[in-house]
Design a protein around this ligand. Structure first.
Ligand code: 13P
Ligand code: SF4
Length: 307
């Protein structure tokens, strides 16, 4: 089928199945175009919680589909490709959390949403890049805090809140690869451009040194900021899938990726054809055992309530 026929087939099946398609901002443009909602991890979790659709087709990565299944256990949550994983979520195991807890019996564990359900089940609260600062700022000051698994996001949260955090040394291979040297030439070429950076980027403090008025934002935060800003040019440090939304929702403005080959191969496993097959064959159902889901739900509910 060509792209147009496939698009129509997806929309027709979606109607028949009474399904909703949720897509992350790093998804392929044609997948974003068939979605009912495109957003960041926080927006997607909230949308999954509130939808009345019977079937949720999750166009994102596995931990996002798991989050949807945990928050809305009565729904059928489908992930079009089970290989759509996340290097960051895979970097930490439940044993890592248990070891820290044993050494810090009064400690609190803050888990970035980019974690597996078994890790979330051991956390006190989950956060996304959109609300991590606010959540951590609200935690009691007299308890040790373990922030897992993204060390760059953790360092950003520690810098902004002034809180001392124990950081797990995890990173996303896509964002860790975005470095100051990629930024330097772009800033010189576009001296009037604003700089939008995702807090997972490995260059966090180095980039802030080069551009102290940088805006550290989630993917949704970048879209909202660019739409409202008076500036016409933006240098963008994150996965390049975001450019489709930025150019579509802030037309007439120019966006320059710091690293044009910053591509998440996991996100790109979801193709329009796989979305079609997912709806046609109701595959692949993502389920989380209730014993794990029940614990993870507490940490996730605390997350969706903030920001
Ligand atoms: P956002 O929640 O900012 O969209 O980030 C999700 C993610 O996986 C970034 O790599
Ligand atoms: Fe995971 Fe990085 Fe891909 Fe985001 S961009 S889904 S953190 S591997």
């Amino acid at each position: 089928m060509d792209k147009e026929t496939l698009t129509q087939a997806v929309l027709e099946l979606k109607r028949q199945r009474r399904a909703v398609i949720l897509a992350h901002s790093y998804q392929l443009p044609e997948v974003q175009e068939v979605a009912d909602f495109v957003g960041d991890s926080l927006g997607l979790a909230r949308e999954a919680q509130r939808t009345e659709a019977e079937v949720i087709v999750f166009c994102g990565v596995h931990f996002m589909a798991e989050t949807a299944a945990i928050l809305n256990p009565e729904k059928t949550v489908l992930l079009p490709d089970l290989e759509a994983g996340c290097s960051l979520a895979d970097s930490i195991r439940p044993e890592d959390i248990l070891a820290w807890k044993a050494a810090h019996p009064d400690g609190l564990v803050v888990a970035y949403v980019n974690t597996r359900a078994e890790v979330k089940a051991l956390a006190d609260v989950c956060v996304t890049s959109a609300n991590a600062v606010e959540v951590v700022a609200g935690l009691p000051e007299d308890r040790p805090i373990y922030f897992v698994p993204d060390m760059f996001l953790g360092a950003h949260v520690a810098r902004v809140t002034g809180r001392r955090l124990d950081l797990f040394p995890g990173e996303c291979h896509v964002h860790a690869g975005i470095r100051e040297e990629h930024l330097k030439a772009l800033l010189e070429a576009h001296p009037g451009a604003e700089f939008l950076i995702h807090p997972e980027c490995g260059c966090g403090s180095g980039c802030l040194y080069l551009k102290p008025d940088a805006k550290m934002l989630s993917t949704e935060g970048m879209v909202c900021y660019a739409k409202a800003a008076e500036g016409r040019e933006f240098v963008v440090a994150t996965e390049v899938g975001i450019l489709h939304r930025l150019r579509k929702e802030a037309p007439g403005k120019a966006f320059f990726p710091v690293k044009p080959d910053a591509v998440c191969e996991y996100m790109k496993r979801i193709t329009l054809e796989k979305v079609y097959l997912s709806l046609r064959d109701l595959k692949h159902v993502v389920r989380v055992p209730e014993a794990v889901a029940e614990k993870a739900r507490r940490a996730l509910s605390a997350m969706v309530a903030v920001g």
